[in-house]
Design a protein around this ligand. Structure first.
Ligand SMILES: [Zn+2]
Length: 341
């Protein structure tokens, strides 16, 4: 896979930036023609697999808007994780196992694959070194009506998210709670064990995020999310904490799950949402990076005690329905375009 990828990478770069004349962006189809016949040099892996590599390359190149992508390195610390894509027809049921490229593949939880038609998928290796079979399958979308109307979600630093109904998600502590174990494993030179622990924490975090986003989508018809750009904040000194919180992942989950369930998911401007008191609309709340430590505050105008994140989530929920005169002149909350992050 790495050889094919790197060949395609080099070739399409050369075609895009020739010594003379106009550059040309090779499509996946053209790359297929250039790699035709290569399969016999690769243990007969199958031209379909090579074509899938080409297709993936073309997609990524478009996504990152570059003529050249990173090389797939086979050795050393920067080694690319194993990846073997295939088309649907290449993987077949055979008795108790699956058959791929002349080899029998036994999988755990085989019963999940019974009576299932898959599309093109891949075998992929994770950082620990275990191989996984990834098969996208079609599922029917079920559109129902959620029991509750609107929710505002504040994506925060300390708690990953807080809702306007006071529901909170704590997902940032999974790494920290086993940090000492990871450090101990690394000290003893147990690299694989350290990687396992990393995977364990990552899975727990992902699980928490999935449970939270599923709950929100099944409960609410309209979901409003503050438009924090994780990229923007990652550039500040809070970077590590931001990545720990997994905003991007949660936002993406809410968007695709919401879409599947027929919900209205809106990205709302977050301007002044932490500062505005949800009860009297006065700008009395804490502001600035230095004030992030403030978790609860009392409004000096009306005397109501606020949980910082819940108050801000409530402002996000009501954003757009706020009268402009109250929220200030230029800061009237507008619906922002969903960002790529
Ligand atoms: Zn107030």
């Amino acid at each position: 896979m790495n050889q094919v990828w790197n060949y395609v990478n080099a070739t399409s770069h050369k075609a895009a930036r020739p010594f003379a004349g106009k550059g040309k962006r090779l499509s996946a189809f053209e790359l297929d023609k250039l790699t035709a016949g290569a399969t016999e040099f690769f243990d007969h892996i199958g031209s379909e697999t090579i074509q899938r590599v080409n297709a993936e390359f073309a997609t990524r190149r478009k996504q990152f808007k570059r003529t050249k992508l990173r090389w797939r390195v086979s050795q050393g610390a920067k080694r690319a994780l194993g990846w073997i894509p295939f088309k649907a027809a290449q993987l077949k049921h055979k008795g108790k196992s699956l058959r791929f490229s002349g080899k029998a593949v036994r999988v755990f939880e085989r019963e999940l694959l019974e009576r299932v038609t898959w599309k093109s998928g891949c075998f992929a290796q994770d950082a620990v070194g275990d191989w996984w079979l990834c098969l996208p399958v079609a599922r029917e979308v079920q559109h129902g009506v959620a029991p509750k109307e609107v929710v505002g979600i504040d994506l925060g630093l300390k708690d990953t998210a807080a809702t306007s109904d006071g529901d909170k998600l704590h997902a940032g502590h999974f790494y920290r709670s086993i940090e000492h174990k990871i450090a101990a494993a690394q000290r003893r030179g147990h690299k694989r064990q350290a990687k396992r622990l990393h995977r364990f924490a990552a899975r727990r975090r992902k699980d928490a995020l999935h449970k939270f986003s599923t709950r929100i989508v099944s409960d609410y018809q309209t979901i409003r999310i503050g438009d924090v750009s994780s990229l923007k904040l990652a550039k500040t000194r809070m970077g590590k904490s931001v990545f720990d919180a997994g905003w991007g992942m949660l936002k993406a989950q809410l968007q695709y799950k919401g879409q599947q369930a027929g919900r209205c998911v809106l990205i709302v401007s977050e301007k002044d949402t932490t500062r505005t008191c949800n009860d009297c609309k006065a700008l009395t709340g804490p502001r600035g990076l230095a004030m992030l430590v403030v978790r609860t505050w009392v409004c000096s105008a009306c005397g109501v005690t606020h949980d910082r994140d819940v108050n801000s989530a409530r402002n996000i929920r009501s954003a757009g329905s706020l009268p402009p005169s109250v929220s200030g002149n230029e800061s009237s909350p507008t619906v922002a375009e969903p960002s790529l992050t």
